[in-house]
Design a protein around this ligand. Structure first.
Ligand code: ATP
Ligand code: MG
Length: 300
């Protein structure tokens, strides 16, 4: 499965030139429908499962996947579908909501740092420390709840947070934690359609929250915050993928492809058996065979 060239339009390695307006939330890149993409996605999900098994066996690398988006962009569904073939024991999902009092009493990277995946695992952040340059930027009054020393809250605060995030992600990548970030890019119109569906369909009512609809008033500010965040934090070692999100099936395809591409670059393989281990395996095999035959005899 070679996705590298098809992922190019979505992958941002160098943020400086990034402009959100060049990214169409409705794009499906030549795929006509979900039906069209089904087979590719199924192949992808199974490839992912194989590679995750090797990642786990090798136990050197960890993969951190970060999902950020406006409400109803399909984070949960994308995570569920793309990871559906993966062994749950090799995968950890964390959702970050509005911070608790305890979390607010710590630096802004504290709560997520506790959840960085172990070696051999895939960690998924459903929202993340990026909320700090998104929702907190759109609502700067949230900064006041963070009990920071007031003199540290200056006009440079966002630049400082970008720097600190970049430094932290570089630290992770230097330690074998691969960071990949996904912005599911939904349009304002499609979000409205999905909110209305949540209101009309009883099975979807639980997903609707009035405050989500209120946040639409800040749509342009959010888009500016996303653009600025991506411009400052897209790096070759921790790139952003700006994923068209008006068609769920296409979102899932791009996310799966990006994860597969990332794992393929690691050239994973099952740990090689050395001579000492080989001797140990041979011994174990002989013991098993011997014990097995004795048991059959006494039973018979
Ligand atoms: P989601 O909205 O991710 O699908 P949910 O509806 O189950 O999940 P919510 O209770 O809406 O969860 O929690 C997510 C909310 O928490 C979002 O509005 C988000 O902006 C907010 N949030 C997350 N991190 C922070 C933060 N660091 N500071 C302030 N608000 C935050
Ligand atoms: Mg919500």
């Amino acid at each position: 499965l070679d996705f590298k060239s098809s992922l190019k339009p979505f992958r941002i390695d160098h943020g400086e030139k990034f402009r959100l307006k060049n990214h169409d939330p409705g794009s499906t890149r030549g795929y006509e429908s979900g039906e069209d993409a089904k087979e590719t996605l199924a192949k992808g999900v199974s490839a992912l499962s194989d590679m995750q098994q090797m990642l786990y066996a090798q136990c050197h690398w960890a993969l951190l996947l970060i999902f950020q988006a406006m409400d109803a962009a399909g984070k949960d569904g994308a995570i569920r579908h793309v990871m559906s073939g993966v062994n749950p024991q090799g995968c950890q999902v964390y959702s970050f909501k509005a911070p608790s009092a305890e979390e607010l009493n710590h630096d802004f990277l504290w709560r997520t740092n506790k959840c960085i995946p172990e070696r051999g695992r895939i960690g998924i952040f459903n929202r993340s420390y990026y909320e700090e340059t998104l929702v907190v930027r759109v609502h700067p009054e949230f900064l006041k709840h963070q009990s920071m020393p007031p003199e540290l809250i200056t006009k440079n605060i966002w630049t400082e947070r970008y720097e600190d995030i970049n430094a932290m992600e570089r630290h992770l990548s230097r330690n074998g934690v691969i960071v990949r970030k996904f912005f599911l890019n939904i349009s304002k119109g499609e979000q409205k359609r999905r909110f209305l569906r949540r209101l009309e369909d009883p099975d979807r009512n639980w997903k609707f929250s009035a405050s989500d609809a209120k946040e639409r008033a800040h749509w342009d500010d959010y888009m500016k915050a996303y653009e600025d965040t991506i411009r400052h934090t897209a790096t070759p070692h921790a790139p952003w993928y700006v994923v068209p999100a008006d068609n769920k099936w296409f979102t899932r395809l791009v996310v799966a492809a990006a994860i597969i591409d990332t794992l393929q670059d690691l050239n994973l393989h099952y740990p090689k058996v050395d001579d000492a281990k080989r001797t140990e395996l041979d011994l174990a095999r002989r013991l098993l065979v011997k014990n097995g035959s004795r048991k059959t005899k006494s039973a018979g």
